[in-house]
Write a new protein. Sequence first.
Lengths: 277, 622
Amino acid sequence: MSLHRSTKGLRKGQPVPTVTIDGKKVEVEKDATILDAAKKAGIWIPTLCYHQAVSSDASCRLCMVELDRGEWRQLVTACNYPVRRDIVVHASSERAQQARRGVMELLLARAPESKELKALAERMGVMQTHYPTVTESQRNCILCGLCVRVCEQIIGQAAIGFAGRGVDRTIAAPFRQPSEDCIGCGACAAICPVGTIKVRIHQDKHEIEISPFKSRAKLLVCQECGEPIVSTQVSEQLLRKSKIDWEEFRERLRFCPKCRKSQSAARLGAATVYKKQ
Amino acid sequence: MTLLSHRRLSNFMDLERMRQELLSLRVVLTKSIHVCTGPGCAAKGSEKLYELFCEAVENADADVEVQAKGVGCHGLCEYGPIVIVQPGEIFYQRVEEPDVPEIFRETILRGRVVDRLLYEDPATGKKAKKAEEIPFYKVQQRIALAYNGLIDPTKITEYIAQGGYSALAKVLSSMTPDEVISEVEVAGLRGRGGGGFPTARKWRSCREAKGSPKYVICNGDEGDPGAFMDRAIMEGNPHSVIEGMLIGAYAIGSEQGYIYVRNEYPLSVERLRGAIEQAKELGLLGESILGSSFSFDIRINRGGGAFVCGESTALMASLEGRPGEPRSKYVHTVESGLWEKPTNLNNVETWANVPHIINRGGKWFAGTGTEKSKGTKVFSLVGKIRNTGLVEVPMGITLRRIVDEIGGGMRDGKRFKAVQTGGPSGGCIPAEHLDACVDFDELTKLGSMMGSGGMIVMDEDTCMVNVARYFTEFLQKESCGKCTTCREGLAQMLYILDRITKGEGEVGDVEELGNLAELLEGTALCALGKTAANPVMSTIRYFRDEYDAHILDRRCPAKECRGLFRYEIDPEACKGCGICLKNCPEDAIAGERKAPHVINQEKCTLCGTCWEKCPFTAVLKV
């Protein structure tokens, strides 16, 4: 209902809505989020399932702020609440903080071993949880789904997804088997905010494993030093996607960054030497 | 049967002509047998009854003009199978197969009433010949269920004969979309699915929303345990839903509709499918309806059984073929819903009310009900009352009248304890608030809600902590698990409630439940999570003493929670028959024959076998 009134909030000659957050006024583009406004205002709001590279899911519920509707206040998630008219937001109000702390305590009970989660909790002033661990379908996973979204939206593989429902929800490849679609890029591990997803290198087999999904991919080994570089599929996809049909580029992909660097240095050195002569 | 040979109706006059023809035909057939084939009666074998009546009709002499038809739910399921014979609207209850020849011979052929099959008032012993003489029906007022029990839902002609699709004709021939929305606004119709959002406002927002195509959806994913309101409408009068959707689509400017039905309702799917086909044959669905420029089509989608798919955004995700998980509604579905197009979703009952509002006017509809809740509401009345079944009552009626007059009071002379309204996320309303009336806002104030219309009556033997635990468990199992608060918070609540009902509760548990409830209400993503604490909070609000008894005294006052009461044998009542002794799996009962037996409390595992087996109710819960 608010959305239809929304445009009325924009006064003439003022095409951008303003967000008053904890008393600070900032202008944002239409349909920007409260989180965008908070960043602009220099106000920190904790997030877990949010990442600027992928779409917002608002599933972790950590970024709760209070939206002031005049007569009443409503808790909303900052990461996906679209600003469509002038609004007033309280990010540091007692109710907002209490809500965020409550959510954090529930998450800590679920994933008590995550150092990253603990660090974030401490930054929020939550030193410990008073809840027992009653759900743990996947060790230390808070089910934020960033890995699922990055794999689908950025990598384009959709190798992992949610399986099960409710407390039995887990993140897995189809049939909870190692994925055939996983290219071993490790984006899921990089984006995981609680350090649950890890990349393991099996030197002996020249394989990369994405834990806990048990997906493995063959590694491309540096032709010079024998160190692993990336998975073969990643390098293939990189070539396909970048559409660079340049023999030297393809050639250089067969060396690890370190060797590539020393090769470049050597070539550069040779060139310089030639010039001097 | 000229017009009945299903030719396409090419204008509004055709529809009326067809109706007149059908009516004139009906005059010949004054005798008819209506067999209820609603879910309750069907479970008791009414379909076989229907077949037997059909056979009897076929085998009757040529000069006997009579028809047998299977009709939708009558409501008084407790007394099913129900058979109504015309003329005279003679109401037969608990009809069994051997009764068929007798009813046919006596009532149809000889015009006599079979006395023993009539409804007998348990209080006065007075027999009722017609439905309206029965208190269960007397208090009701039927709009959405008006034709349930009257028409054969598999035949569009029956619906048309009753005036069906005349509202559509009226809308297409003489009303602008704005006028339609205004009429619904005057009626004050609010969403019957639970939220109670003003229907006209939703329609208008969707009409005004930018983007095309626009979609209308009928939510038939009725998932509340023990609820069957929408099912009764879809199975008893599917055309009323279709007509409502047609009118809504015209008002909104939509050409495509979807009915989302749960797969557990195969008969609903079948009836709706048949109804859509018949409506298409007559040109009441499809391209240029009734010769107008309005086109509309309906598709049926079957749900996969998740309770959360009754939530509008989860339903739309499911319709799109994605997992049924809700999303934030900061951008409303009327603006961006199904496939990110403007989408208007209403519940089955809401749609079924629309044709009546158009035909009889918004003012007429608004004449019933309270200031902010107009019209009627269908409830499925279940629990420890005498008359369970499907009821439609005017808004504003008190809960007491529903329980006492329609429900016929408590069963087995037990004392009333609470009535649970609003489905699993509703609340329990205690005896002191029984005079509260059925009204969206009033029920919310009491910590419960209207919901889609489940109503469970509980007696003194029901432990309220256990009720809260049951509903919390249901919701925890049905939580999709997307958002932290619902997934983790409900699991924490259930963990605490489990402990309390096992006698392991601690001081502070109730306060902790309160904290979790507040967290859920404030931070859960969808309505399932936001309202999930209602059963717990309403029972804490009205039955705090029961929580305290469990926690502080390790005692269950209703004697339902195992381990929080003991079994003892009343020496006065015990005849020493030895049945309990023989059946006790733990050999915990001792006693000589014909002398009072005694339970050894140390050996007793509280399994309750003796309590169940004792023919003299000498085993007591203490």
